[in-house]
Design a protein around this ligand. Structure first.
Ligand SMILES: [Zn+2]
Length: 702
């Protein structure tokens, strides 16, 4: 470089990104040349592969390494941009991102739909005797390409593409309808009695949106209204939980469950068309149903295995829910509810909150002073040091960051070798950072072309309460659990021992097994020893009281039967809608759902309830024939945790031994072996549902 250029290379495609150099302007200027380079690299790969195929000279090194290199370069450079788009958003960056995205998708499609690469992978797989890990990597690449239609005859491929396009349109239409129907409905309330029972923060929210809606200026008055009632989730859930006016709750409930089921925004026909096109597409690819197609690349594998697991949970949940509903009915009747003595769907949340308050008297906000971020982190690190024999050391300043709040840490093994690093971006910044929490890969464990070992680096992103002028960040208990959850994902990424990047960490881990380490870590928040070790008042140093700990545990299982049953209703409906069952052939999807409701709900859905019309997870998101995964992974993580419980959580030596085993199997082996095999290596047997049933408190009530 000449001396007047002080800028560092932006897209170096290796090492830690120079975050302070990435501006929207530079991204816009410099990323296109990366795309060009990757494009021409890819063309060269195809030429080289063709000659390798013709000369029958394919091996792992000359096929998989160039593919990995090009994929990694794309992942690295686009990864930084999408990361910044999520954590340091601005209008400029958003525009640049939107402009570049279609080119990135195009390039990805070019990789994924290359017949030459497909042929090279197939030939490599058929002519070699690789170990199980390499075979798994190849099989995954091959099946992904096949599922996008690459091996179909020309005419089938044409129908496949037409269906894909149509499915894309339909799911966009589906989610637009949900959005429009949700936004369209509202009520302006101006009588104080209509909002009785609502907490101040909800009144403020509703008064603010009324002011915007009515385009009024001046100060808002949360006490005298008017208030806008609407179907967005925060308003809806708060109103259903706290509003005393049951006729308004009824109105709101009916509007909510009938969203997108009539008029211009009716999704009913879209649902039928999506289901029938999915079946067609699955059949083109050689599967009996969309569920068979979806499960072919998942840990569950077969429809029957999912049905069996869901049924094992359904039975105890149903019994527990029956008792919970009876209790709730009794409580409501004793406290002045008198409407045929039977609670209606729009009464459940309201009376549950009153019962929760009477039974638990848990004030989550008041517990925040016991969870300052610094102490929670130290407690989390101590736990991981004990369980996994690692050391987490703060290394702020060692890596460029994208915001001054971002922390940086290194992880060392017991011989003091650095094995991983991670960024932690803990606080919410609504103006520039996406909501929610997630773990993402910054660098994958790898060996570079010069033979140097690259240690994995993770991004851990949360959205917890920031510190204020005179207070540190005081976390809610939910925020503590979220941090443990994301750290669990991070551990799988960072403690991997697999050197092939395609199967290291979370790579190549089946979709329904990916939440195992994260949910596993959440369990430790309910371990008394761990929690009391963490929770100290940030001013007085006082320990969390035993009764507060008990309340947090009781809250975890409060009305869990009803909650679980609801999740199972969704999961079973999703699975069966996509299974082409002969018994359902004459029924439309709403009728199928109502049939399933017979043993997955206690109060049958009312006529207005057209819940499927806004089930975006499965009709507009990636969860079709996969909604069960939430429960599937919960079963695995609860069962893994139960091994520690069986040894006795206070028994340090045993816990260390089991922790070492957990690290050497589930955290180390990533996607190198089938997930069931890894689970069995840890647990010594197949997974069981009993521990989850116990954790959810579904046995105690029967
Ligand atoms: Zn997760």
């Amino acid at each position: 470089m000449t001396e007047d250029v002080v800028d560092k290379v932006l897209f170096k495609c290796e090492g830690l990104p120079e975050f302070n150099e990435f501006t929207p302007q530079r991204i816009e200027k410099e990323f296109p040349s990366i795309l060009e380079k990757l494009n021409s690299d890819f063309n060269n790969i195809e030429i080289k592969f063709s000659s390798l195929i013709n000369n029958e000279k394919l091996n792992w090194e000359n096929i998989m390494q160039p593919l990995n290199k090009i994929n990694e370069e794309l992942r690295w450079s686009w990864g930084v941009i999408s990361h910044l788009n999520s954590v340091k958003n601005s209008e400029e960056l958003r525009n640049v991102y939107a402009k570049l995205l279609p080119h990135v998708i195009n390039l990805g499609n070019k990789f994924g739909q290359s017949k030459i690469i497909y042929k090279a992978l197939k030939t490599l797989r058929e002519n070699n005797n690789f170990d199980v890990t390499k075979n798994r990597i190849l099989d995954k690449e091959i099946i992904d390409m096949e599922h996008s239609g690459i091996s179909l005859s020309e005419s089938d491929q044409k129908s496949y593409n037409t269906i894909s396009e149509r499915l894309g349109e339909l799911s966009t239409k589906f989610s637009n309808n949900v959005l429009d129907a949700t936004n369209k409905w509202h009520l302006i309330l101006d009588n104080k009695s209509q909002v009785k029972g609502l907490p101040e923060r909800v009144l403020e929210l509703m008064a603010l949106s009324a002011q915007r809606h009515l385009k009024k200026d001046g100060d808002i008055d949360s006490q005298s209204g008017p208030w806008k009632l609407s179907l967005d989730i925060p308003t809806y859930t708060a109103f259903m939980s706290y509003a005393e006016d049951s006729s308004l709750r009824e109105k709101l409930y009916k509007a909510f469950v009938s969203r997108a089921s009539e008029g211009d925004e009716n999704n009913s026909q879209i649902i039928e068309e999506i289901l029938s096109l999915r079946t067609k597409q699955a059949k083109l690819l050689g599967y009996d149903s969309w569920a068979d197609l979806s499960l072919s690349t998942k840990m569950a594998g077969k429809i029957n295995s999912v049905e069996k697991l869901l049924e094992e949970l359904r039975e105890p949940s149903f019994k527990a829910a029956e008792l919970e509903l009876e209790n709730l009915n009794n409580f409501a009747n004793k406290n002045g509810f008198n409407d045929d003595n039977q609670l209606k769907p729009w009464d459940i949340s309201y009376w549950s909150e009153l019962l929760r308050k009477e039974k638990l008297n848990l004030d989550q906000e008041a517990l925040r002073p016991w969870f300052p971020l610094e102490d929670v982190l130290q407690g989390l690190f101590r736990l991981c040091e004990k369980l996994f024999d690692i050391k987490v050391v703060e290394a702020n300043g060692e890596a460029p960051v994208w915001n001054e709040d971002v922390l940086f840490f290194n992880i060392f093994n017991n011989s003091n070798n650095k094995i991983a690093s991670f960024y932690l971006d803990p606080f919410s910044r609504p103006e520039s950072k996406r909501g929610g929490a997630w773990m993402d890969e910054c660098l994958n464990k790898n060996i570079d072309s010069e033979g140097n070992k690259i240690v994995p680096v993770a991004y851990l992103v949360c959205n917890q309460t920031p510190p204020s002028k005179n207070k540190p960040s005081l976390m809610s208990f939910d925020e503590v659990q979220t941090l443990f959850h994301e750290f669990g994902h991070g551990l799988q990424h960072m403690l991997t021992t697999i050197d092939l990047p395609q199967a290291a960490g979370i790579n190549n881990v089946e979709w329904d097994a990916v939440e195992l380490p994260s949910q596993f870590m959440e369990n430790w928040c309910f371990d008394k020893k761990t929690l009391l070790n963490i929770a100290r008042h940030y001013e007085t140093g006082e320990k969390l009281h035993d009764e507060d700990y008990e309340k947090l545990c009781a809250n975890r299982t409060f009305n869990c039967g009803m909650g679980t049953l609801r999740q199972l209703h969704f999961a079973i409906t999703d699975l069966r809608l996509h299974s082409n069952l002969t018994s359902y052939q004459e029924l439309n999807s709403d009728e199928i759902r109502r049939d399933i409701a017979k043993n997955t709900t206690l109060i049958p859905p009312i006529n207005e309830d057209k819940f499927l019309c806004c089930f975006s997870h499965i009709f507009a998101g990636g969860y079709s024939a996969g909604y069960y995964s939430y429960k599937w992974a919960e079963v695995l993580s609860a069962d893994a945790f139960s091994m520690f419980e069986e040894a006795g959580l206070e028994n340090d030596q045993e816990i260390k031994d089991i922790g070492k085993n957990f690290k050497e199997t589930i955290l180390s082996l990533g996607g190198s072996l089938p997930p069931l095999e890894i689970f069995k290596l840890f647990r010594g047997r197949e997974p069981k549902t009993d521990p989850l049933i116990r954790h959810l408190g579904l046995k105690a009530t029967s």
